[in-house]
Design a protein around this ligand. Structure first.
Ligand SMILES: Nc1ncnc2c1ncn2[C@@H]1O[C@H](COP(=O)(O)OP(=O)(O)OP(=O)(O)O)[C@@H](O)[C@H]1O
Length: 327
């Protein structure tokens, strides 16, 4: 039985429209007019217990709005949603015990206090017995490599440590369903890898279900076999990540730092040039040609530095859209 079910889920935000100037302000005060923004349109999907699903979409596509409906923070305008057997918007205590929402750009830990103090508050809110609390904090501290970090004020932690402490707080009540909105936002590569490793271990250990949004393709490739892609409020893809990448990102991004700048005409033979600034060039190279092209670059150009990555997730999604993204 699915643990997350959305059926024709929709959200329309009414936005008050105001004309500029004093006249506009007066009219706005007495007779408000509204414009409707359809943030999510008839989205349907099911997620089974233990699945780790990536939720992709460009800025403003409707990801956060969907997550807010799934966690009961906002009421859907239409459609049905059930999470862990509950209707989220009722926000029943049994429901809140089963879920958690981590937002990369929001924090629940109190800035000036050690994380341990905030954790004690969470333990009291969720009614976690003292012995169990200590056991869980110990276990999560070890999984997150946060030893010695929970006693100092949160503001003194690095961004990566703070995010891990946020995870500790968000998982203390051992939720079955994790909704993660950009959990690695702004973290350096090492910290991103730390969070990813932790999530993989947590999922394997507790069988938790994870729905994750991220603009970092590496998060999605490391964690998710399945992805949902949303575009302008509509679900345009629900399926395997491999198929998505094969179909829509048949290229790799090659960033090259040259010893000296070269004209575009000298660089064109190596691939599609996405950006050229002085000595820095960003190419898109077909995956089948990657090894050969990189070898040629190293042999024929004066290369100072070269890195190969997946194209940004936005580019992959852009291809899904331009191809009309079919479910
Ligand atoms: N509270 C709100 N009131 C009015 N419009 C909103 C509100 N929240 C979001 N929107 C609009 O709904 C649409 C979807 O926004 P949402 O935040 O869900 O997108 P997103 O996919 O999470 O984007 P991002 O990746 O930038 O966080 C956008 O057009 C946004 O401007």
């Amino acid at each position: 039985m699915p643990i997350i079910e959305a059926e024709n889920l929709s959200k329309v935000y009414p936005i008050a429209v105001k004309e500029p100037g004093l006249q506009g302000t007066i009219t706005h005060f007495f007779r408000r007019t509204y414009r409707a923004v359809e943030a999510v349109k008839q989205v349907s999907f099911q997620i089974q217990p233990g699945e780790v699903v990536g939720f992709l979409g460009a800025n403003g596509a409707g990801k956060t709005t969907t997550l807010k409906m799934l966690t009961g923070l906002i009421h859907p305008s239409a459609g049905k949603v059930r999470v862990a057997g509950h209707i989220p918007f009722q926000r029943k205590a049994e429901f809140l015990q089963k879920i958690t929402l981590v937002m990369g750009q929001k924090q629940q830990l109190i800035w000036d206090l050690p994380a341990l103090d905030s954790l004690k508050i969470n333990a009291a809110i969720y009614g976690i017995p003292d012995k169990e609390y200590r056991m869980r904090v110990g276990e999560l501290t070890e999984m997150l490599s946060l030893q010695g970090k929970l006693n100092q004020p949160v503001r003194k932690l690095s961004l990566g440590e703070r995010m891990k402490a946020e995870f500790l707080a968000a998982l203390l009540h051992r939720p079955q369903v994790l909704f993660l909105d950009e959990p690695t936002l702004g973290l350096d590569v090492n910290a991103q890898v730390g969070v990813r490793d932790f999530l993989r271990e947590y999922n394997a250990k507790y069988g938790a279900t994870i729905l994750l949004t991220s603009h970092y393709m590496a998060d999605i490739t490391a964690l998710c076999d399945r992805v949902l892609v949303i575009h302008q409020g509509q679900l345009v893809y629900d399926g395997g990540l491999d198929e998505l990448i094969d179909n829509f990102a048949p290229c790799r991004e090659v960033k090259v730092e040259l010893a000296r700048a070269l004209p575009e005409s000298k660089l064109l033979p190596y691939g599609e040039i996405k950006a050229l600034e002085g000595q820095s060039v960003r190419f898109l190279v077909e995956r089948d040609l990657l090894t050969r092209t990189v070898a040629r670059m190293l042999a024929e150009l004066e290369v100072v530095d070269l890195t190969v990555t997946d194209p940004p997730v936005e580019e992959v999604i852009g291809r899904v859209f331009s191809a009309g993204g079919v479910l």
